[in-house]
Design a protein around this ligand. Structure first.
Ligand SMILES: Cn1c(O)c(C(=O)NCC(=O)O)c(=O)c2ccccc21
Ligand SMILES: [Mn+2]
Length: 250
């Protein structure tokens, strides 16, 4: 369920939300990508980072996927890639992560309402995934070029909040490179900087990769659902399950 826990916001917060919304709507409809810096402000950003660090030191991250390193088949040494854990933000010692999630919800819901009678990019957003907290250990772990939602699973917007202080892309790597469809051979290079949030369409319009990171790299990702596409995906999933469960359809 998607419960934007709207708290009565002081005046300036609402103005700020409105201002960010206008940026998100304009950039998403123009480029399909939007970057907002200083999203929470340093103090709140650090509070979120502290919670992520304590989750990491509590060993709650599942071991990352095994990826063979670029050296090729010869040495079978594999390196651990990204480590992830899923949160809904209501867990104990996660209230700042919860506050981050509520703020992103508020922006997406408001942008959804604000733009041509409640549609952002022709989507009707009515839900989202839990938050995926990701950690790239800094031994060259990377993420191969991919599309988040290549086959209409319902996810329409990807939102990634970065937590990496004093990040030097030349030393630390970890660049997110997006290859937006229709930009010809132009690419979007996004540095995973502290208190930066990034929005982009989750479908085939935005193939992207995470380049090898040489310092621990943290990010929190939310994926927002388009009501219609999600319902259709769930119906398809249900039908496939029934077909596959019938005897003889092993
Ligand atoms: C760890 N991690 C990811 O980092 C990205 C991704 O695209 N990240 C972009 C970024 O961190 O800038 C993903 O898309 C992803 C998808 C499924 C599981 C894990 C995943
Ligand atoms: Mn991705």
């Amino acid at each position: 369920e998607f419960l934007p826990s709207f708290l009565p916001r002081s005046r300036n917060n609402l103005e700020e939300i409105d201002d960010i919304c206008r940026n998100v709507i304009r950039d998403m409809n123009l480029w399909g990508v939007c970057v907002v810096n200083n999203f929470l402000g340093t103090e709140k950003g650090l509070a979120v980072l502290d919670e992520v660090l304590s989750i990491h030191s509590a060993g709650l991250f599942r071991d990352g996927q095994l990826v063979s390193n670029k050296a090729g088949a010869s040495d079978l040494k594999t390196i651990r890639g990204d480590q992830i854990t899923w949160l809904d933000g209501k867990e104990k010692n996660c209230q700042n992560i919860g506050m981050l999630i509520s703020k992103v919800d508020a922006i997406i819901m408001r942008a959804n309402k604000m733009h041509n009678n409640g549609k952002l990019g022709d989507y009707t957003i009515n839900g989202r995934t839990k938050a995926m907290v990701a950690c790239y250990p800094g031994y060259g772990s990377h993420y191969v070029k991919h599309v988040d939602n290549p086959n209409r699973d319902g996810r329409c917007i990807t939102a990634i909040y970065y937590l990496n202080r004093d990040w030097d892309i030349t030393q630390n790597g970890g660049l997110l490179r997006i290859f937006p469809e229709g930009w010809q051979d132009q690419v979007a290079n996004i540095e995973p900087l502290f208190d930066r949030i990034l929005f982009f369409w989750s479908d085939r319009r935005n193939p992207h990769e995470v380049q090898p990171a040489y310092k621990t790299r943290y990010a929190i990702t939310l994926w927002y659902f388009d009501a219609e596409e999600r319902n259709e995906a769930c119906r398809r999933y249900q039908r496939d399950k029934e077909i596959n469960s019938k005897p003889g359809n092993s």
